[in-house]
Design a protein around this ligand. Structure first.
Ligand code: SAM
Length: 276
């Protein structure tokens, strides 16, 4: 029988966020697959756990994943950890989980630290509906297409960003959604210098043009305000009829076309046009 792949989140800054279940799972797994074994060794030292480790990161290639799957299929259990936060969320693990699902290998996710959820909860932005957008692409064309696809997005949007790219990203977000769009900049979450800045995209971009961003950031951007649908009246219909008549259409054809375009009753529009 296959062993289980355990997804074990690790603190995003504050070691106090290690849960008992996290530590027990690391203790009980046959081996640990880690994004960076040096980072995980420090955590294991802190917990007093000694455990064989395998390396599993975004550049480790298919063979590393295959080796973990083989061990799972041979009945070993594996705890997957990344440097910080929840595995498989903008971190290694997504593909491994998909392969386990395909092969019928059990997967168990331990709940725990995740920067996007922590940021959303503290942001003061609507939390009922949200969309996680991860990191914007470096490639200009893909970046533009990504932002374009979010133009009318009404849900709260969450972005990850590295400090050295923050200023450019804030400017691109301000260009795409307008400088007045509210944003919560969630910096150094769970750490000593945690800071939540409630501002607008334009002000945030201007601030970080003058001040070098330091630390880790999650950006929580307010969704677009709903566009109010305007009720179409007979007056609108008459204006369109006038314009179409000016283009040379007969009264009957102008009424027919205007009624169809605006979803009005043809008879009512005709009566209004002839002044009945
Ligand atoms: N898997 C992780 C998780 O569950 O949050 C995310 C890993 S992703 C490679 C790293 C990004 O997460 C950072 O660039 C930053 O946007 C965000 N992040 C991680 N820790 C953070 C923290 N303490 N404060 C703010 N943002 C953080």
């Amino acid at each position: 029988m296959s062993g289980t792949l355990y997804l074990v989140p690790t603190p995003i800054g504050n070691l106090g966020d290690i849960s008992r279940r996290m530590a027990e799972t690391l203790e009980q797994a046959d081996f640990i697959a880690a994004e960076d074994t040096r980072v995980t060794a420090k955590l294991l030292n802190h917990l007093g756990i000694k455990k064989p480790m395998a390396s599993y990161h975004r550049h480790s290639g298919e063979a590393a994943g295959r080796a973990i799957l083989n061990r799972l299929q041979d009945g070993e259990s594996c705890a997957l950890v990344t440097d910080a936060g929840t595995p498989a969320i903008s971190d290694p693990g997504e593909e491994l989980v998909a392969q386990c699902v395909q092969l019928g290998i059990p997967v168990c996710a331990i709940p725990g630290p995740c920067a996007l959820i922590t940021a959303l909860a503290v942001s003061g932005q609507p939390t009922g509906r949200f969309t996680f957008e991860g990191f914007l692409a470096m490639n200009k064309k893909n970046r533009k297409a990504h932002l374009e696809s979010l133009r009318g997005e009404g849900r709260t949007m969450i972005f990850y960003e590295a400090p050295h790219k923050l200023t450019a990203t804030l400017q691109d977000l301000a260009d795409a959604f307008g400088p007045d769009r509210p944003v919560s900049l969630c910096r150094e979450l769970t750490k000593l210098h945690e800071e939540i800045m409630h501002t607008t995209l334009g002000q945030a971009a201007a601030w970080y043009q003058e001040n070098t961003p330091k630390g880790e950031f999650v950006l929580v951007v307010r969704g677009a305000e709903p566009v109010e649908e305007q009720e179409i009246t007979l007056e609108d219909g008459l204006l369109l009829v006038d314009r179409l008549r000016g283009e040379g259409l007969s009264l009957r054809d102008a009424v027919k076309r205007a009624a169809k375009e605006l979803g009005l009753s043809r008879n009512q529009l005709y009566d209004a046009a002839v002044g009945k």
